[in-house]
Design a protein. Sequence first.
Length: 403
Amino acid sequence: MISNLVFKNTVLFSVLLMVSCGSQKGEGIRDNAEATLPKNVKVEVQTGADNTNAYLPLLKDKKVGIVTNQTGILSDKTHVVDFLLAQKVNVQKIYAPEHGFRGTADAGELIKDGKDTKTGLPIISLYGNNKKPKPEQLAGIDIMVFDLQDVGARFYTYISSLHYIMEACAENNIPLLVLDRPNPNGSIVDGPLLEKEYTSFVGMHPIPLLHGMTIGEYAQMINGEKWLKNEVQCQLTVIPCLNYNREMPYSLPVKPSPNLPNDQAINLYASLCLFEGTNVSVGRGTEKQFQIYGSPFLPKSDFSFTPVPNFGAKEPMHKDQLCYGEDLTQIKKVSRLELKWLIKAYQNTADQSKFFNDFFTKLAGTKKLQQQIMAGTSEADIRASWQKDLEVFKAMRKSYLLY
């Protein structure tokens, strides 16, 4: 059994906490106490990266590798790499996920290895054909730190990078330290579960589209459910957020990727990303990515946009073509996976036979969703078809929750 020291602080007290993520599901002691605060006291959430007293001692006299990008910042906006170097931590290499270390590359764009111009540290790209670091790329690393901001959706590939890092660390006997961060989509658990035959980099585990976990909790699930190759388990330590619960709103201080520019886009991302498996644009090539949708094949309406190349979208879908659709920038925050826009677009597109593409099944994680939409199944009935699987997942998920 592998035990993890997880340090969990509240505003009024600090508790040393043991959480196991070894051969069984999340065994160990968990503190459920809540701090009672006066109503006029504003509590600032601190990320795992801010919980410095919990992890700096674990890095002392170690050669450190770190998986991070532009989201790996402390509350004072200092990047975690710069902070560690200022603390005389011996950082050896940076490992960068999709979009690169500075978060400037398009989705799916090939990123080459290189060197960070500010620190001079080598950067190893974990995308393209090198999603899992090779043993030679891990040579000389005593401990790996993982600090990426997730958004709670199965097809957001940072959790896929987490899987491969955990696997590589397990195989090479390197302890992994995950600096946890809040899930901006909080406690939302919704959508169809991934079916094993549709496993891909945009869906690696049998979870719903919205999993309602932080990335640290998700790491515990990967370990505890033995989802890594050959059921290996890594030596995992999660450094939790402070003053956080999953019901509270959380606004990201930095864009997690080029086409998620604000809270509205992040909230709508899971619902609108399914359009990426259709002939409908989600606003790449505009300033309202994942807040609008449209295509040249939808009926003319009062709302239209024309995608053009921009930051994060060098070749946007329907480039230079007038697209009609809907502006969702002003709708209220959604608290579930919404299908109404997808169903509406399918029903109103010029040629339904050209609406879906092969990528849709990978995103949905099942063929059933496309079949249901094509058959005219109501949104209520589609949602009802997920519920049994969701209840099983929620029961399993409880073992890994920290907040």
